[in-house]
Ligand binder design. Structure first.
Ligand SMILES: Nc1ncnc2c1ncn2[C@@H]1O[C@H](COP(=O)(O)OP(=O)(O)O)[C@@H](O)[C@H]1O
Ligand SMILES: [Mg+2]
Length: 340
């Protein structure tokens, strides 16, 4: 853990999610999840693929209307409307980068700025003094954010021409342009090389130092355990464990939940892989033995069944001599009474 991470965290809740449940038809992707993020906290959300992490983010940001549960930002109960959630103070990035590829870097940040500019359409059309003032302020803020995210010298480049790591940074710059109090990051280092990942760590710490709380989904466990004050683990839609990185790292259930799907950089991943391989070998062996036993049992059962059938046939024949309805030709009745 970074030495200053816990020291900086506050005690005022910024985000309070209570009993958030999201069902898609028969599938419950998120089950009654409670989560609180405090001011100046960096909270990690981890869990195997398909655990419901992104779905939970979508519930927090109004992209989905949760089937059950509430989301409160500071003192405001959030409606399930993304633009209102952004206005309230929550910004996010996406697991799959969503930029305007044919716009410049600066323009992408200006788009993110628009929820914070209160000049209306009429003002824009009339090019009123208010509009020009707001536009100047927006440009200034956008340039500050490019400086902050290390993209200042790329302001006029088209977004699509940026290397991957810089596109991710641009997404963060654009999210910050709405002046959020809480930033949600969905796998911000996915596809990054180690240097880019370390730079992203520094950026997240700098964002927190600006007084913005961060909730981050990430598979890179080094990133999570370096940065986070608090970590929650989702497995099959449920919150399995939460606590300090140390608590979560040592929890048997977390280790077990990940054994099936080891993640990159996971603590003890090599050992887990070894255990898994050994278990797979044992399982294969057991399966072979079980198959042999089953075949044997089946053969035996077949023999027994045949014997039973035969015995039954004999019994039936003794107890119930064949009649005209049987397949065997009837003894002519007169034979028995034939006085011959
Ligand atoms: N819009 C949707 N419609 C139906 N099922 C969905 C939808 N979004 C996600 N899911 C399902 O919900 C589960 C959780 O997915 P997701 O939240 O993307 O997991 P994670 O981000 O933890 O990998 C998965 O089984 C996924 O297929
Ligand atoms: Mg996801």
């Amino acid at each position: 853990m970074a030495p200053d991470a816990t020291a900086a965290a506050g005690t005022t809740p910024v985000l309070t999610a209570t009993g958030v449940t999201m069902r898609f038809g028969g599938l419950t992707a998120v089950r009654s999840v409670d989560l609180t993020v405090h001011d100046r906290q960096i909270v990690g959300l981890i869990g195997p693929n398909g655990a419901g992490k992104t779905t939970f983010f979508n519930c927090l940001t109004g992209l989905y209307t949760p089937t059950e549960g509430t989301v409160i930002y500071r003192d405001t109960l959030l409606p399930a409307k993304p633009h209102l959630v952004t206005q309230a103070g929550i910004a996010r990035t996406f697991q799959n980068i969503r930029l305007f590829p044919s716009m410049t870097v600066l323009e992408n940040v200006l788009v993110g700025r628009h929820t914070r500019t209160h000049e209306g359409l009429l003002s824009a059309l009339l090019r009123s003094p208010g509009f020009h003032r707001a536009e100047r302020a927006s440009h200034q803020r956008a340039r500050e954010l490019l400086e902050f995210t290390g993209l200042a010298d790329k302001a006029d480049h088209l977004a699509r021409n940026l290397p991957y790591g810089e596109q991710r940074r641009l997404e963060i710059a654009r999210a910050l342009a709405s002046d959020p109090g809480l930033l949600l990051l969905d796998e911000p280092t996915a596809g990054m090389n180690p240097q880019e990942t370390r730079a992203a760590e520094h950026l997240v710490l700098a964002i927190r130092d600006q007084g913005i709380a961060v909730l981050v989904i990430e598979h890179d466990m080094r990133f999570i355990f370096n940065l986070c004050d608090h970590v929650a683990v989702l497995v099959q839609g449920r919150k399995l464990v939460e606590g300090t990185p140390r608590t979560v790292q040592g929890d048997e259930r977390v280790i077990a939940a990940y054994l099936g799907t080891p993640f990159e950089g996971a603590p003890g991943q090599d050992e887990a892989a070894e255990v898994e391989a050994a278990e797979a070998a044992r399982a294969a062996e057991a399966a072979t033995t079980a198959a042999a036993l089953a075949a044997h049992a089946q053969a035996e059962a077949a023999t027994r069944a045949e014997a039973v059938t035969r015995a039954e046939a004999v019994t039936r024949a003794e107890a119930d001599p064949p009649t005209a309805t049987d397949d065997t030709p009837p003894h002519p009745h007169h034979e028995e009474n034939d006085p011959r």
